[in-house]
Design a protein. Structure first.
Length: 221
């Protein structure tokens, strides 16, 4: 299975550094331009599944692409942002959730996985790691059932770091920093292997394609 991971476009919070206001989760003007560019970059690829975080900035980022290609995205609550806090030793065995909903204008673009309309309550480091581990298991099950699929996942910077450390089973934590709309490609063939990391989605850096339409792992490592 091929997995393309993407961080969301620039949010108002990213642009201003102010995360205390209700509008911080919407995209900035630059973020909307990034989302449009990303849509153009992705339109040469065929995805069997599109997975997105339940947070507004992630959904706004993928809307231009799924509208242009007449597709629907599946919301996975596990991949909401988390893990920016310093790690502590308190163990977590569950992550807490709360009800979520879609605005009526978006109902034709998104579905919650298994119809379970939830999102995380908190974004603590420990719960974020637990969600990353749960995502790793879900992706492995998907890869084993559908080994030829190409999957797109749109999520968040800190969560991407923890997910990649989980997928690649690193011996020590690697930062895996991602710019807004930065793209990372992995392939599963029993284990996860990284093809490239944090590739920009600008017109000069369009994905190189193999004959089957998957990102070419020989380019832009």
């Amino acid at each position: 299975m091929k997995l393309l991971l993407i961080r969301h476009a620039q949010s108002q919070g990213n642009a201003t550094g102010n995360y205390s206001v209700a509008s911080h989760d919407s995209l900035s003007d630059q973020g909307r331009a990034q989302a449009k560019t990303l849509s153009g970059c992705l339109q040469s690829l065929n995805f069997d599944k599109i997975i997105v975080s339940p947070l507004q900035r992630a959904m706004e980022t993928i809307i231009p692409y799924i509208e242009a290609t007449h597709q629907r995205a599946e919301i996975w609550p596990e991949i909401a942002e988390g893990c920016w806090q310093p790690p502590v030793d308190e163990p977590r065995t569950v992550w807490r959730s709360q009800p979520a909903s879609l605005p009526a204008p978006l109902a034709h673009l998104f579905d919650f996985r298994n119809g379970n309309a939830i999102k995380p309550v908190d974004k603590t480091f420990e719960e974020g790691v637990l969600r990353a581990q749960a995502t790793r298991q879900l992706l492995r099950e998907m890869a084993e059932l559908h080994p030829q699929d190409c999957v797109l996942m749109l999520t968040h910077g800190h969560f991407l770091r923890e997910l990649l450390n989980c997928l690649l089973d690193t011996n020590k934590v690697i930062s895996f920093a991602h710019e807004n709309c930065g793209m990372t490609s992995l392939t599963f063939d029993g284990v996860w292997n990284m093809d490239f990391c944090n590739r920009p989605s600008d017109p000069a850096s369009h994905l190189q394609l193999t004959n089957d339409g998957a990102p070419d792992p020989r380019r832009h490592r």
